[in-house]
Design a binder for this molecule. Sequence first.
Ligand code: ME8
Length: 506
Amino acid sequence: MDTPFYVTTPIYYVNDAPHIGHAYPTVAADVLARWRRLWGDDVQFLTGTDEHGLKVQRAAEEQGVTPLEWADRTSERYRETWRLLEITNTDFIRTTEPRHHAAVQQFMQRVYDNGYIERGTYEGLYCVSCEAYYTEGELVDGMCAIHKTPVERVTEENYFFKLSAFEDRLLEHYAAHPEAVQPESRRNEVLGFIKQGLRDFSMSRTSITWGVPLPWDPDHVAYVWFDALFNYCTAVGYGDDRARFDRYWPVDYHIVGKDIVRFHAVYWPAMLMAAGEAPPKCVFAHGFLLVGGEKMSKTGLNQIAPADLVETFGSDGLRYHFLADQRFGPDGDFSFEAMVARYNADLANNFGNLASRVLNMAVTYCDGVAPHARAEGPLVPAIERAFEENARHLERLDYAGAYGAVWELIGAANSFIEDSEPWKLHKAGDAGAVAGVLGDCLEALRIVALLASPIIPDACRELWRRLGLDGAPEDQSLPAAAAWGLGPSGTNLEKGDPLFPRIDTD
Ligand code: ME8
């Protein structure tokens, strides 16, 4: 447990119930966290809820409850959803927690003392859904380009964050750290935005009370994004435990949607620089899941709750589909039909069949006791390739590439069975050859369970158990555990129901 590794998801607004768009970055962060744990890292994995701001205040008013009551309710729904999806976050932050208020106040005071916050008047066009100001030029037909809803003209006397002071430092930072915004298309977008010239932005509000009061002027509350972004620092001990903060900060990955890249890759690093803290190591922006070409939104009819999909596909099925079936970065289309097709092909057929064929044959032909894998089994090169490719792609958050490599190994093992026909060897009474083939296949299954465990943890845990192995795949450590020949050997095997029952589209 040596190297610290810190990964975050966005914190979700509590005006909205969790939908599959929120599950997308959360599952991505979870796979990364599980994978780093296999490599022995000391992983901090943060998610949570964003509970202040006008948007939440209005949602609560509409429901006739206080903002906090509303936030309590929705925040709990996020927690439940993450439990259902087997998300292994180590912390769940709510921006209404005292620890967060205390940390944000210390941070704001620091930025103020450093001279990067000043008083002024602001008039602008505000989109409540984005909680952001836009210029006329950024609107489409006079509406917010993201939400396609009217903006409001707002005039406020408030405090400004001197973003304009950070143009050069941000450009220098990104020149020195090209990997700090990914993928490259997003990095170019961010650089283009900075080069256009940065305007100071108002970081406080007097029009609402639902927020964190400024320590030097409590008539103002912090602008919701100013407070929300800081959650990432609160959770690792800012203002409370400096040693802990220094251990995990700067964060390794902020996984965010492309809609909030500007906040994370322009505002946020500048805010950190203003307080004398290091900017994030990497902001990784993913595309949207689209349903019929549209981003899911609160008002859209196409909202899909993760729980509905889990009912049909299990949490493994959902996790696999989101990440292995499409590239992480560009937009991806979500369709139930495509999800069923891929589930049946990859999980029920390739993965599930390999497991049940090998276990059934080994139980029948070898009295349920696992034979040894052969020293130089023919599957060894396929395993080495899968291991290397899986790691190489996960380093770049290319989940489809990483798990494509594991499924190639599964394909190679299935072909190996077809080619070596253990049922014929058994009929011919060649027990040694049967044991050789099945020993190799069982060992391949163990390594598949190990490598696939970050993405389909339930099935891999169950497979591990049926192989008669101690513990669980997530307790293992890489790279040692991926070495050929570590077992199962002499363990008691168990047949069982299909790990992924086929879904009948009729
Ligand atoms: O923006 N496809 O919260 P939010 C893919 N509170 N991802 C989607 C998606 C879709 N259709 N819809 C949402 C906020 N997302 C702020 C964040 S962070 C300090 C504050 C994902 O509830 C995507 O990652 O609107 C997006 O960035 C995030 O949910 C926004 O969630």
